[in-house]
Design a protein around this ligand. Structure first.
Ligand code: COA
Length: 248
């Protein structure tokens, strides 16, 4: 069974993280599949909206830490960089349905979505600094722009997590729904019924103001990330995670 489920229902494409035994932690292979699916969806006239969702109780625990250690993403052609580029440039509406943990890229990818619905169980965290890394996906630009510098700095620098109510208050999500998947589907179907070119044009206009700035911040983040992921600080944090795993 694929670790990214990719299915189309009507005019809506659903991409679902499917590695629940590892809390849907994302591997290089999963990023590559996601990037390819977004590319296909962008060019497919039958797709009018994409829903990003997950199997099991959690959205994703972020990048797979074992993969980080074995194959640190150090080049701009890495799978994660390709996925983040595809996300930044995706022209059609992206709706996310979040439940449980949304760690790291599980939260930063939401900054690129057009509508995010979260279940009350959702818990968001950006523990890049705690892992000896730096935030990615343009989040050092997009997150303070959304929530204000101080709130963003506090969350990034302390590594503290926040719940669905806080995310709603911040504007990171559009609504809380007990069944986030059903709510995301209803929104995607409603958008898919709208005149498609007007939808695409409106999304382009909404994103235009920040697009180039986000692209250049993403590049700067990536350059520092590529060094950080191989640093002693990161290795120490990864080993701590592995030790916790081993002691269970
Ligand atoms: N990479 C690889 N495996 C991961 C993972 C990750 N990012 N997050 C969770 N997993 C795996 C665990 O190793 C465990 O697998 P195992 O049963 O084979 O050992 C399984 O998923 C369940 O995770 P577990 O840690 O037992 O759940 P928990 O409820 O105790 O803790 C978290 C949940 C999210 C707090 C914890 O898993 C964690 O800190 N994960 C790392 C998150 C992270 O730092 N991501 C990178 C962001 S850049």
């Amino acid at each position: 069974m694929s670790e990214i489920l990719d299915r189309q229902m009507g005019a809506v494409r659903y991409l679902s993280f499917n590695r629940p035994g590892k809390m849907n932690a994302l591997t290089r292979n999963m990023y590559a599949q996601l990037a390819q699916a977004l590319k296909d969806a962008a060019g497919d006239f039958a797709v009018r909206a994409v829903v990003i969702t997950s199997q099991g109780d959690h959205f994703t625990a972020g990048n797979d830490i074992v993969d980080f250690m074995d194959n640190p993403p150090t080049s701009e052609s890495s799978e994660v960089a390709t996925f983040l580029g595809a996300l930044l440039n995706f022209p059609k509406p992206l709706i996310a349905a979040v439940k449980g943990n949304a760690v790291g890229v599980g939260t930063t990818m939401l900054l690129h979505c057009d509508v995010v619905v979260a279940a009350p169980s959702a818990n968001f965290s950006l523990p890049f600094v705690s892992l000896g890394l730096v935030p990615e996906a343009g989040s050092t630009f997009l997150f303070p722009a959304l929530v204000g510098y101080q709130r963003a700095a506090k969350i990034f620098l302390t590594g503290e997590s926040f719940d669905a109510d806080t995310a709603l208050d911040m504007g990171l999500i559009a609504q809380i729904a007990h069944d986030a998947d059903a709510a995301a589907t209803a929104i995607a179907e409603q958008i898919a019924d709208q005149p498609p070119q007007a939808v695409i044009n409106t999304k382009a206009l909404l994103k235009a103001r920040n697009h180039d700035a986000v692209a250049s911040v993403m590049q700067a983040e990536f350059e520092i990330f590529a060094l950080a992921v191989q640093s002693d600080e990161a290795m120490e944090a990864f080993m701590k995670f592995m030790a916790k795993k081993g002691s269970k």
